[in-house]
Design a protein around this ligand. Structure first.
Ligand SMILES: Cc1cc2nc3c(=O)[nH]c(=O)nc-3n(C[C@H](O)[C@H](O)[C@H](O)COP(=O)(O)OP(=O)(O)OC[C@H]3O[C@@H](n4cnc5c(N)ncnc54)[C@H](O)[C@@H]3O)c2cc1C
Ligand code: FES
Length: 267
């Protein structure tokens, strides 16, 4: 593990859709497990946290176009130099389950895809939701491994509903004992409530604004936890202690705002 950016190079770029790209790295990120992230540095631009979306002997990050930093990621070409530090965070506990369900909202599939691959022998059930068909990432990759149930807001693929709307049915029908999730926090809050009601454990990956990525600056704090070192993956028990979960997050300079303001904020 390195707390200093290590020089790496873009080995390959895969277009997932018009707004999302996967950047494969020339050099692996040793010791990384599903759910961990790296701080990716673009010299003269910025450094930002990104989940590792491939871990099967190769490392990659999958990035959605949002603001200044991701626009610059979209300008990268094969062979370009980037800096990578990490891996950071705790990652998912793959030994906690017998029959897992993995639920992803939109880009939440990025850290969950290597988890699906890791848990393949346990025959996970995946629920993949997005606003529309074109926003569902890694469909072929995940569909090859296990049963996938799709939901879209506009009904263009699978059921026309939110991913969390079908979770209770899946838990009951498939006898799920642990739910792993990542996606918009409003969705994760619903997932948490459904798991609580159905008495199954969950492990959910949260996002907060990160500067350092390794526990010293406090920018990613949520109710006494630091998302970069205590998370980003939190258990049901930890989530039950968080009054800000599903409600508030902090902007770059620490101002506490509602979640929709946080997600719509642009630097
Ligand atoms: C643990 C973790 C894993 C992440 N994994 C991914 C991923 O796999 N793919 C992906 O596309 N995005 C991921 N993100 C979010 C990613 O860091 C932002 O999308 C990215 O920084 C956007 O930068 P921007 O300049 O393009 O947009 P901006 O205009 O700067 O911001 C757009 C939005 O991105 C988020 N964001 C911006 N800066 C940060 C920061 N320093 N820390 C945390 N969130 C930030 C905020 O929600 C903000 O509203 C992850 C964030 C965290 C905390
Ligand atoms: S990002 Fe600095 S403490 Fe978490």
């Amino acid at each position: 593990m390195s707390d200093m950016p290590v020089s790496n190079r873009v080995r390959k770029i895969v277009e997932e859709n018009g707004e999302v790209r996967t950047i494969f790295l020339e050099y692996n990120v040793p010791g990384a497990i599903p759910g961990q992230f790296v701080m990716l540095w673009l010299p003269r631009v910025d450094e930002k946290p990104l989940a590792l979306s491939y871990l099967n002997g190769e490392a990659a990050v999958t990035v959605q176009r949002k603001g200044k930093f991701s626009e610059e990621i979209f300008k990268l070409r094969k062979g370009d130099y980037i800096g990578v530090r990490g891996p950071y965070g705790n990652g998912f506990d793959v030994n906690a389950c017998k029959k897992p369900c993995i639920i992803a909202g939109g880009m939440g599939m990025a850290p969950l895809a290597p988890l699906v691959e890791k848990l393949a022998k346990k025959k996970p059930v995946v629920i993949m939701g997005a606003s529309g068909k074109e926003r569902l990432i890694f469909r072929d990759r995940i569909g090859k491994i296990c049963k996938v149930e799709y939901t879209t807001d506009d009904g263009s693929c699978g059921k026309k509903c939110f991913a969390s709307d079908i979770l209770a049915g899946v838990i009951e029908r498939e006898k799920i004992d642990v739910v792993y999730g990542c996606g918009p926090e409003q969705m994760l809050k619903k997932v948490y409530e459904i798991c609580k009601k159905n008495k199954v454990e969950c492990q959910l990956s949260l996002e907060r604004y990160m500067h350092c990525g390794f526990g010293v600056c406090g920018s990613c704090a949520i109710d006494g936890f630091r998302v970069c070192v205590d998370g980003p993956v939190f258990s049901s028990k930890q989530l039950s202690k968080m009054s800000e979960f599903g409600k508030f997050a902090r902007l770059k300079y620490g101002k506490k705002v509602g979640l929709s303001e946080y997600y719509n904020w642009r630097e």
